[in-house]
Ligand binder design. Structure first.
Ligand code: C2O
Ligand code: CU
Length: 580
């Protein structure tokens, strides 16, 4: 019953799924909620029995696996206390949140074992579905796969005005969808294409009792790399009402919604159209996914994927059940109608953009030595992620158009922190309805070019970066990620002194008794040294500089010409001072 999977870098022994198929259906687990303005999360080790009585080592937030759903109100000032009870570092990223980089939980906000991290911020995002998950340098896949993921539901006064299901666990359900692989020791296997065990909220073969009325399903794809193409088993229509950044301008009636890793969708299903006791499945119609998307029947070069086990995974290219719905009696005060419009989502105008940037996903797998590889490493603009360097510097209130071009043979879901964006076009064509709302992840298929527009508002910091990356967790861990700083052009402390006289202003000059030195744009993170020499090269004055702005009393100095030398990072910059 076991298959041996040999890969270039990984050897994993993975269970055949027949073992799991012998189990019956299980009631869908619905995570508890936390609400208010202070949220306490403990990152902990656990075990869970997914398979008979065998223990699988897991991680969870406040429990064994996954985490509580956080209910947050827009405009609230919140504190999140995250205590790391693991024996290794972690981070917690609030995926989709518009927060300062220090609060973002990217790879730079490390929470050491035993430590507590307590970001505080105002909830600026509008009502939408978000999620939280670890983002440690090279550790994202293993930590998410072992159970670190939770849903966040943000609510606001506008969404509250619509007649929509919003009673958690009654007519509004979180669905964290993941595909997993287990090894022979019942441990989660990562970096494998044998992720053939489907779970929703950590439940294998789940069923959910749904009332005979309009029900809201909040879908998060928290898988390592699989894309789903959701639909109902009878192929009937449902309404997509929200994407990553909240409600669309109007519900979109469709029978399919595609979700790549990191993306969210809120859909309304009218179970009043079914009879009591009827069973309907939420399925993924992966046979209909285009080639190149992980989860489709074909991606990369067949021979390589054969060796990597992609084609022996029964989910790839197949239509499979994700969740069974059992229709039960209507609740009191049911929602029975679907709104026709919401507040319009109006994209920024392309003409308002002041910066255009290009992002190329490489290597070009057709022409490089990597023919057909889907495991990477892949790069963005030919660079691999580096914790200590900054890929891009942008400025506060820039409006930018980012053009994403995928030259590889595999589709990559591109995600950006800090902001959300509007898709301008996909291969020159306007985006389909599913992508017309605010997004923070967009799947870029092989050979596709996608442009989006965004504005970098509210938060600037001279040293702490945000991330952009591929949300295939293995690609992210292998470096398909970059960092960006948002700088405030009016703030001090954004440049390093690099032999440019204009970075030092001295006034008055000529001076008499008092000289002011202003380094207003310089970053004073490393200490600067200042030395003043006279015309003979003799040191007249020296000092450490700890601020951007200071005075020197020159009352008792000889009148004449001086040379002011300021050194930062071993680079000296000189400027003349005249006393008269
Ligand atoms: Cu959901 Cu940078 O991640
Ligand atoms: Cu990727």
């Amino acid at each position: 019953m076991q298959k041996l999977l040999l890969k270039n870098k990984f050897t994993a022994m993975v269970f055949a799924i027949a073992v799991f198929n012998s189990f019956g259906q299980n009631a869908l687990f619905i995570p508890d909620t936390l609400s208010g303005t202070v949220f306490n999360l403990n990152v902990q080790n656990g075990t869970k029995q997914f398979y008979g009585t065998n223990n699988t080592p897991t991680y969870g937030y406040n429990g064994n696996f996954l985490g509580p759903t956080l209910l947050i109100k827009n405009n609230d000032s919140i504190t999140l206390n995250v205590t790391n009870n693991l024996t290794q570092k972690t981070t917690v990223h609030w995926h989709g949140f518009h927060v300062a980089p220090q609060n973002d939980g990217g790879p730079h906000q490390i929470i050491n074992a035993g430590a507590t991290w307590s970001p505080k911020f105002k909830m600026r995002n509008e009502a939408a579905t978000f999620w939280y998950h670890p983002h440690g340098d090279t550790k994202t896949e293993i930590q998410i796969s072992k159970g670190l993921a939770g849903m966040i539901i943000v609510r606001d006064n506008i969404e509250a005005t619509y007649t929509l299901p919003r009673r958690y666990k009654i007519d509004d359900f979180p669905l964290i969808v993941q595909s997993k692989a287990f090894d022979i020791l019942y441990q989660f296997a990562t970096a494998t294409h044998e992720d053939s065990i489907m779970m929703v909220n950590g439940t294998i073969k789940p069923f959910l009792q749904v009332p005979k009325q309009v029900v809201r399903l909040r879908l998060v794809n928290a898988s390592a790399d699989r894309t789903y193409y959701f639909g109902l088993s009878d192929n009937s229509n449902f309404n997509l009402i929200a994407s990553d950044g909240g409600l669309l301008s109007q519900p979109y009636l469709t029978n399919r919604v595609r979700l790549s890793t990191g993306e969210r969708a809120e859909i309304l299903v009218n179970f009043n159209n079914y009879t009591l006791g009827q069973q309907i499945y939420l399925k993924s119609y992966a046979s209909q996914l285009p080639k190149g998307i992980i989860g489709a029947d074909s991606v990369g070069t067949p021979a390589i994927l054969m060796a990597e086990g992609y084609y022996s995974n029964s989910l790839n290219g197949a239509d499979f059940n994700v969740l069974r719905f059992d229709v039960v009696a209507q609740t009191a005060n049911p929602v029975l109608t679907i709104p026709t419009t919401f507040a319009p989502k109006i994209p920024l105008l392309e003409s308002s953009a002041n910066v255009h940037r290009n992002f190329n996903f490489s290597p070009d797998t057709l022409f490089s030595g990597q023919q057909g590889k889907v495991d990477g490493p892949f790069f963005i603009n030919n660079k691999s992620f580096n914790m200590d360097s900054i890929s891009i510097k942008t400025y506060l209130n820039n409006t930018e158009v980012w053009k994403l071009s995928n030259n590889t043979m595999v589709a990559h879901p591109f995600h950006i922190h800090d902001i959300q964006f509007y898709v301008l076009d996909i291969n020159g064509l306007p985006p389909p309805p599913q992508y017309q709302g605010l997004k923070d992840v967009i799947l870029v298929q092989p050979k596709d070019t996608i442009r989006f527009i965004t504005k970098f508002t509210n938060f600037a910091d001279a040293t702490v970066p945000y991330m952009y990356h591929c949300h295939l967790l293995h690609h992210e861990d292998e470096g398909m990620m970059g960092s960006f700083l948002v700088l405030d052009p009016n703030a001090i402390g954004i440049k390093e002194l690099n032999n440019n006289q204009n970075d030092i202003s001295i006034y008055p000059n000529p001076a008499t008794d008092l000289v002011t030195i202003n380094l207003k744009e310089l970053k004073i993170t490393q200490q600067l040294d200042m030395i003043v020499y006279d015309v003979f090269g003799k040191i007249i004055y020296s000092s450490k500089i700890n601020s951007n702005f200071f005075n020197i009393n020159t009352k008792n100095w000889q009148r004449g010409i001086y040379n002011i030398s300021i050194t930062q990072n071993n680079i000296s910059t000189h400027k003349k001072l005249i006393l008269n």
